[in-house]
Design a protein around this ligand. Structure first.
Ligand SMILES: [Fe+2]
Length: 178
């Protein structure tokens, strides 16, 4: 199976719930992409948003990891897997979206907005970022897009939304292959 068919197969068949939330992992990622589209983000960022949690399809059941107090590093797992197929501008925000969460959570207001599940995973991900690390992250080429992605990520958990099909993104996915 080629990578595009593999992705479409996974989104269509994986019904696991997004950790601690009411939507499936696939619905969550599609909603994230829809938010990027709605705010007129670049097609690269729409594609990053669509694929940002792909690592969860590869990892062992994320609920089990959380139960064992483990962080599966899904951002790195997804990045390493997708790196063989997609362009760098799509991959960057995928790799850094957890860093963006750690960065944003420095603000008390943002931290309080996080869902309970998100607060639990933040802890497993090493907690809030230090000021030194934050300064370094601000210089990262993918800083802005990673922050945008992470903001969409946090709100893409609505269970009553009409969402697109993964097939609607087939051409976009094809256009971002190496
Ligand atoms: Fe996510």
């Amino acid at each position: 199976m080629n990578i595009i068919d593999q992705i479409i197969f996974n989104y269509s068949n994986n019904k696991s719930l997004y950790i601690g939330e009411k939507v499936t992992m696939s619905e969550h990622m599609i909603q994230t992409a829809m938010l990027a589209e709605k705010t007129n983000c670049s097609s690269n960022l729409v594609c990053s948003s669509l694929l940002h949690d792909y690592g969860h399809f590869i990892l062992e059941n994320p609920d089990h990891l959380v139960a064992k107090d483990k962080d599966g590093k899904h951002e790195d797992v997804g990045y390493s897997y997708l790196e063989k197929y997609f362009i760098k501008d799509v991959l960057g925000p995928i790799k850094y979206h957890v860093k963006a969460k750690k960065y944003l959570a420095r603000e008390k207001k943002y931290y309080e907005l996080l869902s309970e599940a998100s607060k639990v995973s933040l802890k497993l991900q090493g907690g809030v970022m230090s000021n030194e690390e934050a300064k370094k992250f601000e210089r990262n080429k993918f800083f802005e897009n990673s922050i945008k992605l992470r903001k969409f990520d946090e709100i893409a958990k609505k269970s009553d939304l009409k969402i697109k099909s993964i097939n609607d993104y087939k051409n976009l996915l094809i256009s971002k292959l190496i």
